[in-house]
Structures are given as C-alpha cells and as structure tokens.
Ligand binder design. Structure first.
Ligand code: HEC
Ligand code: HEC
Length: 370
C-alpha cells in the first residue's frame, strides 16, 4: 500500500529551499552580486517563516509535534542502528534532529546575514545598526560564515541519512517520496484542510515573489542608507584641483594621517608637481581631514584605514593599501593596463558613482571588452 506522507506544500518548500540556498551560495563569492545574495537570503527567510507556521498548523508528519524529538526515542533509535527495529512513517528520530538543526541553523544564518548586511554595508532592515556597530562588522560576517559551514555539515548529515535509508529500506521509497509525496507503506495518510491549503499558497507565493521583487526593485530590504555625495557642491576647489589629473578620491577612503602626508608633499606627488598656493592647500586639507576615514562608518573606509594602520610603513596610495590589494586579488591583472582602465588608480573605470563617494558592491562594473 502507498501512503501520502509529504503534501505538496511541504515538497515545494523543500525544493524551493534547496534552490534558494544554492542560489544564495552561488552569489556569495562576488561582491557585485551582493544584492542578489541578499535577495535569495530574504527568499530563504520567507520560506522559513512558512515552515515554522507549517510546523505548528500543517498536516500530519510535517508538524513539529509529530517529529520524534524525545531523547529517549533518539537514544533507542541510535542504539538499534544499523538495523532499526521500529520504522517511522515520517522522520525518524535522527532525521527529526537533523531537520530541526537545519531549520534553526538556516534561521540563524539569514538573521546573521541581515545583520552583516546592515552593519557592514549599511543596507536593509538593520542599516540603522551601521552607525553604532560598524566596528564589529567583521565579527558579524564571521558569525554568518560559521552558520553557513554548520548548515553544510547538517545538509551532509541529511544526505547521509537519506542514503542510509535508501540502502536499508529501499522498498519504502523515502527518496522518491520527496518528489511524489508517497511512501510504500501502510499508515495514516496526510491530508490538507482548506485553511492549510490557503495558508500554504499565500506563504509560498510570497516566498517566491520575494527574491524576484528584490532583484528588480529597490525596497527597504535592500536599500542603502548612503546616498551619492556631490563633492562639487560641498567643496568646488577640492574637485577642481584634485580631479584634474585623475579620479576624484572620496575623502573617506584615507585616514587623517595619510591625507596630511599627501597634502604636505604635493610638490612631489607620485612624481608630479601638484603644488597649490597655501590658502587653497589649507582649505582642501581641512576638508579632507574633516571627512576622513575616521569620520566614516562605511566598510571601505573602515578596512582601508585599519589595513594602513597595521602596516606602519608610509603607504599613501589607496591602491597600495593591503585591503585594496586583497580585495582586487581576484581581478585580472591585465585589466588594469587595458585601454579602458589604464591604471589601478582609475577607480571610476570599474566603480560606478565612485566620484560621488559610493563604493557599493552592486555598483561594481568592470568595463566590457577591457
Ligand atoms: C598634476 C597632476 C595631479 C594633481 C593636480 C593631483 N594628483 Fe593625485 N596623483 C597624480 C598621479 C600621477 C598619481 C599616481 C596615479 C597612478 O598611480 O596611476 C596620483 C595619485 C593620487 C592618489 C593615490 C591613488 C591611488 O593609487 O590609490 C591620491 C590619494 C591622490 N593622488 C590625491 C590627490 C589629491 C588629494 C589631489 C589634490 C590636492 C591630487 N591628488 C592632485 C597626479 C596628480
Ligand atoms: C579594473 C577594475 C577596477 C579598478 C580600476 C578598481 N577596482 Fe575596486 N573592485 C573591482 C572589483 C571587480 C571588485 C570586487 C572584487 C570581488 O568581487 O571580490 C572591487 C572591489 C573593491 C572594494 C571592495 C568592495 C566594497 O564594496 O567595499 C573596494 C573598497 C574597492 N574596490 C575600491 C577601489 C578603489 C579605491 C579603486 C581605485 C584606487 C579601485 N577599487 C579600482 C574592480 C576595480
């Protein structure tokens, strides 16, 4: 006899979770894909929200109260391995534990992701925590990465369990049940009430729509707290004098000490003479110091300044700072000499709105054909 164990919403949830976690993982490696990463992360959050509701009011086998989470059952089950005496129609005690672990870890993963996005990038729901907590940004990213590793371990355990079950109880068709919903055994079947069906479709449509909307539109979930700065309006002389030979370098990208050094050695400025008359020099220096990295809560400002601090030698170029070098290690070296870029110092060639002080991950666009 076959029995309906996993209803359609449970199965759709399972495969959407697989898809969104995979997409979030694939978009986590490149900075410029950060907003996509966040969008899939929000998608995972919406799915988890559904799953917690489903765990309370869902059908038989999907409800948390039907999982075998008691310690006694778990110990008994593990002792009986590799030939369990009792067969569980839904999740066995070990599987219940792994499922609970996956849901909880995924929840902490998305939560730490949202916190990192807010604190480090100044974006999303927790952007307001950027100012008070930016000095801890690294810590939040590490916590986020820790939960990711934990999730991978749990997924591995899940796949291991499925494999073991497949080898031992092939006839019950557990593996096939996550596609078809049916297991080959005799038990009470799961079924859905109208209310459960309605709740499921509302939540799952919302989970599907979340990443799609976020990728195509800016909402408070991906909005940045930073806006473009008009340096021309703030300090015309700075733009006139310091963007004539090269990209305008936003003041927040270097610490006070470095700006001071640059502004007191202008007669020999990277091999050029960039001298100014004293009144202009003082005015620009004052503006740079008042808006230096020390006054910024932006990711780039914080890390560049810190990496220069660690390296006590006298680097004055942003593009020579250890943080810059590390961040651009993955960029093809020949790009910097290509006709469209010409120099590492030509930041605006790859960072849109660079001269407005915006160094957002989503604004990185390496010139095509360069
Ligand atoms: C006469 C031309 C000239 C003027 C004017 C000038 N610079 Fe430069 N600057 C250069 C050159 C050349 C480099 C080296 C660029 C390279 O490596 O490709 C440079 C590099 C820099 C860098 C380091 C960029 C990097 O690689 O990270 C900073 C910062 C900088 N300039 C700031 C300023 C400031 C501030 C002013 C205005 C007071 C200014 N510059 C005016 C010619 C100039
Ligand atoms: C040839 C293109 C190119 C040039 C020129 C370039 N960058 Fe980048 N930059 C990139 C790419 C691509 C990344 C993302 C690397 C990754 O995905 O890890 C990046 C990443 C960064 C980051 C880290 C990401 C972030 O949002 O905080 C900072 C900061 C940065 N660049 C600053 C600069 C500055 C300052 C300059 C000029 C001195 C510069 N870049 C010049 C291509 C470039």
């Amino acid at each position: 006899m076959k029995t309906y164990v996993w209803t359609l919403p449970t199965r759709i949830f399972h495969w959407m979770l697989v898809l969104f976690v995979a997409l979030a993982f694939l978009t986590s490696e490149e900075e410029r894909l950060l907003d996509y990463h966040a969008a899939f992360g929000y998608g995972v959050s919406a799915l988890l929200l559904f799953r917690f509701v489903w765990g309370v009011m869902g059908p038989y086998y999907s409800r948390f109260c039907d999982w075998s989470l008691s310690r006694k059952e778990l110990v008994g089950f593990i002792r009986s391995l590799p030939y369990p005496k009792k067969y569980y129609t839904g999740h066995n005690p070990a599987a219940s534990l792994v499922m609970a672990g996956i849901l909880l870890t995924a929840l902490l993963l998305v939560l730490s992701g949202m916190l990192t996005y807010g604190i480090q990038e100044g974006k999303g729901l927790f952007a307001w925590l950027n100012t008070p907590l930016f000095k801890t940004m690294e810590y939040f990213q590490e916590v986020h990465e820790f939960f990711f590793v934990l999730l991978i371990l749990l997924i591995t355990a899940h796949l291991g369990g499925v494999t073991m079950d497949y080898l031992q109880h092939r006839e019950s068709g557990t593996l096939r049940s996550i596609f078809s919903g049916y297991k080959q055994l005799t038990a009470e079947p799961a079924h859905l009430t109208i209310i459960q069906k309605t709740v499921a479709w509302v939540f799952l449509s919302f989970a599907l729509a979340a990443p799609v909307l976020l990728i195509y539109d800016t909402t408070p979930l991906t909005q940045s707290r930073y806006s473009a700065v008009n340096y021309e309006a703030e300090h015309p002389l700075f733009v006139e004098e310091c963007a004539s030979c090269h990209t305008l370098y936003p003041p927040h990208l270097l610490p006070k000490r470095t700006w001071k050094k640059i502004m007191t050695t202008l007669s020999d400025h990277f091999g050029d003479d960039a001298s100014l008359d004293e009144a202009d020099r003082v005015s620009i220096e004052k503006y740079l110091l008042a808006n230096s990295a020390e006054h910024s809560t932006k990711e780039a400002a914080y890390y560049i300044a810190r990496s220069l601090e660690e390296k006590k030698n006298d680097i004055i170029a942003i593009s020579k700072s250890p943080y810059w070098v590390q961040k651009h290690a993955s960029v093809n070296k020949s790009l910097f000499d290509s006709p469209k870029v010409k120099s590492r110092a030509n930041c605006k060639a790859c960072h849109q709105k660079f001269e407005n002080g915006m160094i957002e991950d989503s604004l990185i666009a390496v010139p095509e054909g360069a």
